[in-house]
Design a protein around this ligand. Structure first.
Ligand code: HEM
Length: 375
């Protein structure tokens, strides 16, 4: 998958050359969305969405529609948190019927095409097709994941048997598309924003990227990304300040008295855990508005209580795309930062203004920055 990400990253870099030569102002959230849409198209569906070259491509439009902030969507979301049964009864949906059916048609056509013509590809859809046809999937994760594999195997034994129908397949693809492109592009754009506000950190990161890429003959590989420890700190700190998913939801499985209070959460209650609140609590993150990647040094990480940093959630329902999301955001960022410099311009929102009705936490009027050549 990293090869597909690198290919998209190179294409994005090339497309931005002219803007950098002219020191132009660009909107980086949309640019990052074009990138992640193309990555997801390739690794989930094995389709060429062409969203970098053509930001008006059909899938990009569908992506915009899926996450477009609107008062109606925000109202349904809030109603769903408080009265989930009512929302279900009224048949209210966050997504328009046209968008959903377009999406389902594409998945169905792709599956049918592959099955009819015996086409196989190394992507997520192919894994689902194999499950549909009762093919046992080969687990090719590396040894370092042995613990995780063990957990999954334990889980598998307990899992209910299910049939992978065409509709279940399209649901899975739909969720991965929706959860996969906007979160990572938001993470990328907030990282560029923070780097523009903190040029010394941008410079230090640029030096790390140069050094590691030189070691890897200029190639952005899985290993090269893992060697960039400062990049990891920078991205973690960005997700602390601007977590794309600012809240987690859980249903309480047992009555629980909140220690030191008269309040009890009853079994069956749905609760909202405000990760963004924890991330900005000075008790855990002193001077919380300061962008300081060193909060994520091994030493500092160990000083904090567990579960105070939750950009991907925690427990058995932790984000299933965490490593994928981090990898695509980092590959995109490395491609850009190896050649370009980003700085604030007159349209940059300082401080950041969030969109109050957006599906994911995002900048209200986009993130405008000036792009120029580094060297
Ligand atoms: C920087 C990028 C991302 C962030 C910040 C993020 C964040 C999250 C969060 C907070 C959750 C809820 C976890 C919980 O309740 O404990 C979640 C769930 C999920 N995410 Fe992500 N995500 C990212 C990227 C991705 C990508 C790339 C994919 C797929 C390609 C993905 C697929 C999912 C799915 C399917 C779930 C639901 C998992 C479940 O309920 O079992 N995410 N994500």
């Amino acid at each position: 998958m990293v090869d597909a990400m690198t290919e998209c990253s190179l294409e994005m870099k090339t497309r931005l050359q002219e803007s950098a030569d002219n020191n132009s102002m660009i909107e980086v959230k949309d640019m990052a969305g074009n990138f992640t849409t193309q990555v997801i198209g390739s690794v989930i569906f094995g389709l060429q969405f062409n969203s970098i070259k053509n930001p008006d491509s059909e899938f990009r439009k569908v992506g915009h529609d899926l996450v477009d902030p609107s008062n109606k969507r925000a109202a349904i979301m809030m109603l769903g948190h408080v009265f989930p049964k009512l929302v279900k009864m009224l048949g209210l949906s966050l997504q328009s019927k046209e968008t959903v059916s377009f999406f389902y048609r594409v998945v169905k056509d792709t599956v049918q095409y592959r099955e009819k013509n015996g086409v196989t590809r190394n992507d997520f859809l192919q894994l689902l097709i194999q499950l549909k046809n009762n093919v046992k999937l080969v687990d090719d994760r590396s040894k370092e994941d042995e613990h995780l594999r063990h957990q999954i195997e334990l889980g598998d034994n307990k899992a209910e048997q299910f049939e992978m129908t065409e509709s279940l397949m399209t649901d899975q693809c739909f969720v991965f598309f929706l959860a996969g492109f906007e979160t990572s592009s938001t993470a990328m754009s907030f990282t560029l924003y923070e780097l523009a506000l903190n040029p010394d950190i941008q410079e230090r990161l640029g030096a790390e990227i140069d050094e590691v890429l030189e070691k890897h003959k200029g190639k952005i590989t899985y290993d090269a990304i893992h060697e960039m420890s400062y990049l990891d700190k920078v991205v973690n700190e960005t997700l602390r300040i601007h977590p794309p998913s600012p809240n987690l939801t859980r249903m309480c499985t047992d009555s629980y008295n909140l220690p030191g209070t008269k309040y009890t959460i009853q079994k069956g209650d749905v609760i909202i855990i405000p990760s963004v609140g924890l991330h900005h609590d000075p008790k855990y993150f002193p001077n919380p508005d300061k962008f300081d990647p060193e909060r994520f040094s091994e030493e500092n990480k160990n000083l904090r209580p567990k579960y105070t940093y939750l950009p991907f959630g925690e427990g058995p329902r932790i984000c299933i795309g965490m490593r994928f999301g981090l990898m695509q955001a980092k590959v995109g960022l490395v491609g850009l930062l190896s050649r370009y410099k980003f700085s604030v311009c007159e349209k940059t929102p300082i401080p950041m203004v969030y969109d109050p009705v957006a599906l994911f936490m995002s900048a209200k009027n986009g993130v405008h920055l000036t792009i120029s050549n580094r060297k």
